[in-house]
Design a protein around this ligand. Structure first.
Ligand code: HEM
Length: 191
């Protein structure tokens, strides 16, 4: 049983990190206002949101299985309060911090209409902090940190996020649908 919990904890950890990587890339893609993989803008947005919710479910599985795994010696407080754990406290704490940030990102997105666009956007910038924090946790906490396969997966994740961020910072990044551009132009002409 202990072995099963340990395998489940590691597996869900890796899949969560891959999903978070995809969520960041899709978020940047959605923000660009472009279509992707032949999907319209709203579908890219929905994919981004649903991938984030799936990552949260997997993370709950990751934390849950490792909580019951006696080797990790997790206490309830380690799940919410960073850097208090008995097992590799700093690197484990990065996982807890990442988890807290994801909870804040998901909660603020679900309450977006009440929060307002400006506050929601400020919280959403935390995604850029959350992803590297989660990556370092995955690399340094897990039993597979030295294995070639985990390093390859994490290197591919890092390459995808770096490419997406470089694109985000590049000059003609946003592209809005023609009807939006037409409406903005019409508004400018009436002024
Ligand atoms: C952003 C959230 C998180 C992500 C993406 C994540 C991801 C990962 C990954 C990829 C691993 C490496 C698995 C392996 O070596 O095969 C790992 C290990 C681990 N994580 Fe997380 N994690 C997160 C949050 C947490 C939290 C909140 C806790 C508990 C407080 C936690 C506890 C652990 C432990 C104990 C290990 C070591 C498992 C082992 O024995 O190998 N993680 N995590």
């Amino acid at each position: 049983m202990t072995e099963t919990l340990w395998y489940a904890g590691r597996g869900t950890g890796v899949v969560s990190l891959v999903l978070l990587t995809i969520v960041v890339a899709l978020g940047i893609g959605a923000r660009s206002g472009r279509t992707a993989f032949g999907l319209p803008r709203f579908a890219v947005n929905m994919l981004h949101r649903n991938a984030a919710l799936l990552a949260l479910v997997l993370l709950a599985g990751h934390v849950g299985s490792l909580y019951f795994d006696p080797y990790a010696q997790l206490r309830l407080v380690d799940v919410v309060l960073p850097f208090t754990g008995a097992y590799r406290p700093f690197w484990l704490g990065l996982g807890t911090l990442g988890f807290d940030l994801i909870l804040a990102l998901v909660a603020s997105s679900l309450l977006r209409h009440r929060l307002g666009a400006r506050s929601w956007r400020i919280v959403h910038w935390l995604a850029y902090l959350c992803w590297p924090v989660a990556l370092m946790h995955g690399l340094q906490t897990g039993s597979d940190g030295d294995s070639w396969w985990l390093r390859t997966v994490l290197a591919l994740c890092a390459a995808l996020v770096l490419a997406a961020v470089a694109w985000r910072l590049s000059s003609p990044f946003t592209q809005f649908p023609a009807r939006v551009t037409r409406r903005v132009r019409a508004l400018q002409e009436t002024r």
